[in-house]
Design a protein around this ligand. Structure first.
Ligand code: ARG
Ligand code: GLU
Length: 710
């Protein structure tokens, strides 16, 4: 009997472990409902997405084109991540009112700050439009004809769908164009900043802790959507009223424990689940290492400079954040792929596919042709990677690009606009030229040398030459270019006309850039590259279709494409390496353990310490006087899921998704339930910060709180 129980338990475990992978289409969630309920969900698929009734999807927002948000009050108040609201918090910050550093809390509606350009999009409904989109496409239609027909059909369908409404419709391909869905959206444009914690809460741990667990970042910010008198989207106006959403999320104060069911409802950006072994090899073992090495060069110099003074720290902070974000993720991704033997796994699958495809003419040539296409694509892809990550690494070469473009202009209006822009940029550039040039010159030289040593900058000379000779050559280019001579440059720009273009072209920096550009963007190579990319798209369409025919019992999720998805799993710790087990939650105690007043990323606000010392957690702390901060779960997420609500079995808000664990970042290509974890902010810490730390209880009062100690 005991043995049988164990077998049962084991079987249940394998099923739930397998169930963790996937980002599912809300409209088709019925297919997952039984599995979700078995995993612990107590609501129905219709509670999540329902075309006829208000449902959870009405509480979800696409925040601009890259993050997710969710309504938490019936007056348009919504939550997203601090790093998603970052540029809006920054844009309202001045030396006198440094909201980024000190936080911002609107104490009444009049204090809420307009954010021009920010959009909050609600999905009204979605629809499978495959048949209409592919109308007129036959087995004999060529790829280019196919594209033209589809574009025309999409134009017709979307126009028709929103006729007479204020909605906007878009259609996106799924499974490489085997299926098409239309999304009818309502786009709100009067969105105002309501609250943000100080950076040492909202960005606690900074880039040091980024992608890592245990994590203690209070990564949230708050905004409010305003609408016209009919509750419809309208441009910013003082006459607008807080928007009344069809649905806002209930917030549970009960928290979660290991094993609890959770789901994430949001807008994942891109995954590549079905690509071939060649594509995985290219990404993980060819491109990632190049990008990582070249970014290490940049980061080393910027970080050194940031140690020099607070002004330098400020100057480089945001570029370091964005360079380091990819840099760190790719390291985790490559390690994860190799740990999983990802390339070999793909090859095994391909062998099975090939066997299955025997005697099926529509599939038999797909994999061999994909291989050919990747053989054409690979060398150009690598050159383009070098161009983006090495040639364009320095400010110097970015400024050279503007000059190089100017040399090709003959339209007078365009020239004037370009010259003015360059003058503006120069003013900033030369304002701390002495310091910045040390950093920028080193980055320019080292990235070009790296590329030259790898054989990708033949125009600098044979790789058998001495490294110091190349460094000297590059140094000379940097020092002698007019771009680094303030007086000469000013003179040149002040009286610039199309006739001066010959002179600019002779500048050593412009000449160097021209060589690098012509190598990477050689028209013939590029044409072959484009053709290979198109072939890959077409072949992948057949490959994925074949996979589905080969495994009719598998529920394949479509790759993420910045459309609304549901991912579900459990709160669960993991073993990142031998001898180490990560618990699934973190608490305020961890913040105090990390505290270091000398390290910018680990400064703790006195007020937060005070609350910690007096254990003044109000109704947000646990029964045993802990203040939860973060937790991890097995939900399959990716970039774009930032700010997504993490919900419990009853569909109540328990956290905000904001990151993934480094050891599992290969989940964009390959998901491993043993290592892949999403990182969530515990909603109780968020509410505690708003109420107890910031004294903005009026915002919590707008929300619907359930559970917890009353
Ligand atoms: N890794 C998270 C994401 O990909 C957070 C990035 C922002 N935070 C940072 N410290 N750079 O968006
Ligand atoms: N921080 C990411 C974002 O901005 C989420 C982390 C991930 O890539 O999963 O969307």
């Amino acid at each position: 009997m005991k043995k049988f129980m164990m077998l049962l338990a084991m079987a249940a475990m394998t099923i739930s472990a397998l169930a963790d992978e996937g980002m599912w289409i809300p409209m088709l969630l019925g297919r997952n409902e039984a599995d979700m309920q078995k995993a612990g969900m107590r609501i129905s698929a219709k509670d999540i997405y329902d075309i006829n009734n208000a449902c959870l999807k009405d509480a979800i927002i696409l925040f601009n084109q890259g993050c997710t948000g969710e309504y938490v009050s019936d007056e348009g108040l919504f939550l997203t991540n601090h790093h998603c609201g970052y540029s809006y918090i920054t844009s309202h910050s001045t030396v006198a009112h440094d909201y980024l550093t000190n936080g911002f809390w609107a104490m009444n509606r009049n204090e809420e700050l307009p954010c021009p350009g920010l959009t909050a999009t609600r999905l009204v409904r979605m629809e499978d439009v495959t048949a209409q989109v592919l109308e007129g496409v036959t087995a004999n239609t060529s790829e280019s004809e196919r594209a033209a027909i589809i574009e025309q059909n999409i134009g017709k369908i979307t126009t028709e769908a929103v006729k007479g409404t204020h909605y906007k419709a878009i259609i996106k391909p799924f499974y490489y164009g085997n299926q098409y869905f239309m999304y009818v959206n309502e786009v709100f444009t009067d969105v105002r900043l309501v609250g943000a914690p100080p950076s040492n809460i909202g960005k606690f741990g900074g880039d040091t802790d980024n992608w890592m667990w245990p994590r203690h970042t209070g990564d949230f910010s708050m905004f409010r959507v305003y609408a016209d008198k009919d509750n419809k989207p309208a441009p910013y106006s003082t006459d607008n009223k807080p928007y009344k959403p069809l649905k806002h999320l209930e917030i549970s104060l009960d928290g979660v424990k290991e094993g609890d069911f959770t789901f994430v409802f949001g807008y994942p950006g891109t995954t590549q689940r079905y690509i071939t072994s060649d594509a995985v090899e290219l990404a993980a073992n060819i491109e990632n290492p190049i990008r990582i090495d070249l970014r290490t060069i940049r980061l080393t110099h910027y970080k050194n400079a940031m140690e020099q003074s607070p002004a330098q720290r400020l100057k480089y902070a945001s570029r370091v954040a964005s360079i380091a974000n990819g840099w760190k993720k790719w390291q985790g991704e490559t390690q994860g792929i190799n740990r999983l033997k990802g390339v070999e796994k793909k090859k095994d699958f391909e062998a099975k596919f090939q066997q299955w495809a025997t005697g099926k003419p529509q599939y038999y040539n797909v994999l061999p042709q994909l291989k050919d296409a990747y053989n054409t694509l690979r060398p150009v892809e690598v050159e383009l990677t070098y161009f983006n990550e090495a040639v364009m690494a320095s400010d110097f070469m970015n400024r050279t690009l503007s000059m190089w473009r100017l040399a090709d202009m003959d339209d007078n209006d365009k020239i004037v606009a370009a010259v003015n822009k360059m003058k503006n940029d120069n003013e900033k550039y030369f304002s701390d030229f002495e310091q910045h040039t040390v950093v920028d010159r080193a980055i320019f030289i080292e990235t070009f040398v790296y590329m030259w040593q790898a054989g990708y900058a033949p125009y600098l000379g044979e790789t058998t030459l001495s490294k110091s000779a190349i460094e000297k050559k590059l140094g000379k280019i940097y020092d002698e270019s007019v771009l680094n001579n303030k007086t000469k440059l000013q003179k040149l720009l002040d009286k610039y006309t199309a006739k001066d273009s010959k002179n600019i072209k002779k500048d050593p920096a412009v000449a160097l850039f021209d060589q690098a550009y012509n190598l990477a963007y050689d028209p013939q190579k590029l044409a072959a590259y484009r053709k290979a990319s198109q072939d890959i798209q077409r072949l992948m369409r057949s490959y994925v279709k074949g996979m589905m025919e080969m495994q009719p019992d598998v529920n394949f999720f479509p790759d993420a494409n910045l459309t609304l998805r549901v991912a579900y799993g459990h709160v669960e710790g993991f073993r990142p390496k031998d001898g180490v087990y990560y618990k699934p939650y973190s608490t305020l105690q961890g913040i105090m353990e990390k505290e270091n007043p000398d390290i910018y990323d680990y400064v703790v606000e006195p007020r937060l310490k005070e609350l910690y010392n007096t254990k003044d957690y109000g109704r947000y702390g646990t029964a045993d006087k802990d203040m939860p901060v973060g937790f991890i779960a097995t939900n399959h997420t990716t970039g774009g899921n930032s700010g997504s609500p993490v919900l419990n079995a009853d569909g109540q808000l328990i956290g905000l998704n904001f990151d993934r664990c480094w050891e599992g970042t290969m989940s964009d290509l390959l998901f491993d339930p043993d290592y892949c974890r999403n990182i969530c902010l515990d909603i109780r810490y968020c509410l505690f910060v708003i109420d107890k730390f910031a004294g903005a209880k009026h915002l919590v009062d707008e929300m619907t709180l359930v559970g917890g100690k009353q």
